[in-house]
Design a protein around this ligand. Structure first.
Ligand SMILES: Nc1nc2c(ncn2[C@@H]2O[C@H](COP(=O)(O)OP(=O)(O)OP(=O)(O)O)[C@@H](O)[C@H]2O)c(=O)[nH]1
Ligand SMILES: [Mg+2]
Length: 448
């Protein structure tokens, strides 16, 4: 990277820093710790045989409900922009991701899956990609910059034919969603069997993610009408064993700008924004905690690898020693034999005229002769064969016990130390990020 491009990137990132909220910056920093090209935690962990995943930068909010329940209108309200088409007709025919970005743009299915590779599994749901779009908005309204809404087609019973398996796709999206908003409107109520079936399944799998709302509550009529509608919905829900839960809550919501006359009932629309904020806070804490855990896991793996290398080195020393013992034993007898031949048969020592050597040679010869003398003459050939076999056996055993384990090069050891220092440094930066995050809610004087 040239100096000019580097300074341009730095300038761009500092301008970005100014426009980003603290939470966005925390999540962006955490994300970059993982995916950094040179020193990303994902790459480092991979070297150590550990698989890590980059943390999310946004939460996914899945919206489901009967046709015309007000799902798309709710997204438009939260985003503060008319991103999604709304109307009494079946407006949303496929799945739409509504997310924030630098430029207002609409993406097709394939581009959407490039943007969200973790949604790639949607390809397995036949027909979905053709009905998948992404709407990018520049809005900074509410906490939209940290949310991706997933708008779904309105659910209806009967002859309606979807171009894909809508039930399975929604169930799959429920698995990857952080929040699932279920909208029941006073007209559709909870009478759509398809909606109830899906909600029941989602609720059995992710009861903590589901939130029920009575949408378009302003159209419910008088207070007593609204209560009757509520009762009917709750009754329908309670018929299902999977939805028959205690402390059932269903805030009433409506979009103020869409009400004809002044609505008479209480609007708990802010509850939705609060739920989204809570889920974002949860995600930030989970991300920071995961960062700490992942750094610890990497440091401990690096340490273990170092300890293993030390143990391997100690093992190798022992193996070499064991090998030496066995090889010495294996070569002892043939060496004796050779020396005896050299000293007696050829008489090299005498030839060379070494007086002291001659003495040693004589002793050696006596020893060998003594050794052979122990064996009766008729067994001496057999004894020699046995000795040869023993020699081969000891040699093979020596090879076996002297096998060494591979050890780390100096460079690899240094790189392990660097990894440990690096994750320690990230740990410190994570502490600073946590502090920043907590300071937003409790103030700097309470955070140590
Ligand atoms: N009075 C009133 N009308 C609403 C409210 N929310 C939505 N609407 C209207 O209800 C109709 C349907 O709204 P949509 O947002 O398109 O509903 P949807 O659930 O996305 O519908 P599908 O995409 O067809 O499933 C539109 O005409 C909206 O203007 C509300 O809170 N109060
Ligand atoms: Mg819609």
């Amino acid at each position: 990277m040239t100096r000019r491009t580097r300074s341009a990137t730095a300038a761009a990132s500092s301008t970005e820093n100014v426009t980003l909220s603290t939470n966005e910056r925390i999540l962006r920093d955490c994300h970059s710790f993982y995916i950094d090209e040179d020193r990303g935690l994902i790459g480092i962990a991979q070297q150590l045989g550990l698989t890590l995943f980059a943390p999310k930068k946004k939460i996914n909010v899945l919206l489901i409900g009967n046709h015309s329940a007000g799902k798309s209108s709710f997204i438009n309200w939260y985003v503060g922009e008319h991103v999604q088409k709304t109307g009494v007709a079946m407006e949303t025919q496929g799945f739409t991701f509504v997310t924030s970005g630098k430029k207002r743009e609409s993406l097709t299915g394939n581009a959407t899956l490039h943007l969200y590779p973790h949604f790639d599994e949607l390809r397995k749901h036949r027909g979905v990609v053709e009905y998948l779009t992404t709407e990018i908005s520049t809005s900074k309204e509410n906490k939209f910059s940290l949310v991706t809404f997933v708008d779904t087609p309105g659910l209806v019973d009967g002859d309606m034919i979807y171009a894909f398996n809508v039930d399975d796709t929604i169930l799959w999206l429920g698995d990857v969603a952080d929040l699932i908003f279920v909208f029941f409107d006073p007209i559709g109520q909870a009478l759509c069997k398809r909606t109830l079936n899906i909600v029941e399944k989602l609720n059995s799998k992710h009861p903590d993610r589901i939130r029920f709302y009575l949408s378009k509550a302003d159209t419910a009529g008088t207070e007593s009408d609204r209560q009757r509608v509520m009762m009917q919905i709750v009754q329908e829900l309670c018929k299902r064993p999977g939805l028959n839960k205690a402390a059932f809550e269903m805030p009433t919501i409506y979009i103020p700008t869409l009400t004809g006359k002044t609505a008479k009932c209480e609007n708990q629309l802010e509850n939705t924004a609060k739920e989204i904020s809570k889920a974002i806070d949860q995600m930030i804490q989970t991300t920071l905690n995961a960062l700490e855990k992942d750094c610890q896991a990497i440091a401990s793996l690096a340490q273990k690898k170092k300890e293993k290398d030390q143990a391997d080195r100690a093992f190798n020393w022992k193996a070499r020693f064991r090998g030496l013992v066995f090889y010495s034993l294996a070569f002892f007898f043939p060496l004796m034999l050779l020396l005896s031949l050299l000293t007696s048969g050829v008489g090299i020592v005498e030839m060379l005229g070494y007086e002291q050597g001659k003495e040693v040679a004589e002793q050696l010869q006596n020893f060998i002769e003594g050794l052979f003398g122990l064996v009766p003459e008729r067994y001496q050939v057999g004894f020699l064969v046995c000795q040869a076999a023993l020699c081969v056996l000891l040699f093979l055993l020596g090879r076996c016990v002297s096998k060494t384990r591979p050890t780390l090069s100096k460079r690899s050891k240094r790189s392990l130390e660097e990894i440990r220092d690096y994750v320690e440094d990230i740990g410190k930066r994570k502490k600073a990020l946590y502090k920043e995050y907590l300071e937003q809610s409790v103030g700097s004087e309470f955070v140590s």
